[in-house]
Write a protein that binds this ligand. Sequence first.
Ligand SMILES: *[C@@H]1O[C@H](CO)[C@@H](O)[C@H](O)[C@H]1NC(C)=O
Ligand SMILES: *[C@@H]1O[C@H](CO)[C@@H](O)[C@H](O)[C@H]1NC(C)=O
Ligand SMILES: *[C@@H]1O[C@H](CO)[C@@H](O)[C@H](O)[C@H]1NC(C)=O
Ligand SMILES: *[C@@H]1O[C@H](CO)[C@@H](O)[C@H](O)[C@H]1NC(C)=O
Ligand SMILES: *[C@@H]1O[C@H](CO)[C@@H](O)[C@H](O)[C@H]1NC(C)=O
Length: 197
Amino acid sequence: MWLFHTLLCVLGCAAFANAIYYIDDQDSSITYNSSAGVGYGEKWHKYSHEKSNSLAVSVDESICFGGTATYTTCYTSDHCTLTIPFNGTGITLFVPQDVGDIYNTSISLDGGPPSVHFAYTPPNATAEAYNVTLYDIQNLEWTTHSLQVELIGMRLIFDFAAVTGDQPTSSSAAVPRAAASLSSMTLALTAAAFYLS
Ligand SMILES: *[C@@H]1O[C@H](CO)[C@@H](O)[C@H](O)[C@H]1NC(C)=O
Ligand SMILES: *[C@@H]1O[C@H](CO)[C@@H](O)[C@H](O)[C@H]1NC(C)=O
Ligand SMILES: *[C@@H]1O[C@H](CO)[C@@H](O)[C@H](O)[C@H]1NC(C)=O
Ligand SMILES: *[C@@H]1O[C@H](CO)[C@@H](O)[C@H](O)[C@H]1NC(C)=O
Ligand SMILES: *[C@@H]1O[C@H](CO)[C@@H](O)[C@H](O)[C@H]1NC(C)=O
């Protein structure tokens, strides 16, 4: 009996700590904030390739994670931000990007001092890129964190975040494979423990 409980805890904790889940750009946990008077361009909105053709953006949202992306164009003084809360030890932000585009952002974790992070396609790129990493941080303390991204470079198309941590049960995000296999494993071990007790 004791062995099974110990086994459950060890397997549970290890698999849990390594689980990755995704937060899509349309997830209601993300707060998008464009200040009242955006001086240039467009406030945060759901990106549409077709509608953005006048701006010559060729990113195709149907290739993006979940088939969606969220777009803004801002001056630094517009303070356009997106804020993602998460429970876990790490987060990676992924963006799609046009040829020759540069996204420049100021990113702050848990209200700490911001640092500059940018993404750009290589000068010899011939097509738009997907799943470009804008920001990555891991090995944080396991707790509730909040990541704020502020635009300092004209435009940003945001696709999704990958969180190393604990997926909220109410979230509409996809169930990660690790968590799914963990629950069936836990179920099997619980059944075995019950049978043997
Ligand atoms: C949104 O941005 C405005 C202007 O910078 C700021 O006054 C407001 O506090 C922000 N709201 C949130 C929820 O961050
Ligand atoms: C973090 O975990 C707490 C406690 O389970 C929960 O109330 C909260 O909604 C979670 N927040 C996020 C962003 O997952
Ligand atoms: C990003 O913005 C910072 C602060 O204005 C600036 O120092 C840096 O050169 C910019 N980086 C790029 C790639 O434009
Ligand atoms: C672009 O240049 C880099 C470095 O010079 C090279 O490694 C890469 O293969 C090139 N990519 C293409 C698509 O030509
Ligand atoms: C981007 O990454 C996600 C998550 O790993 C994956 O499902 C998707 O296929 C990737 N998309 C592309 C275009 O590589």
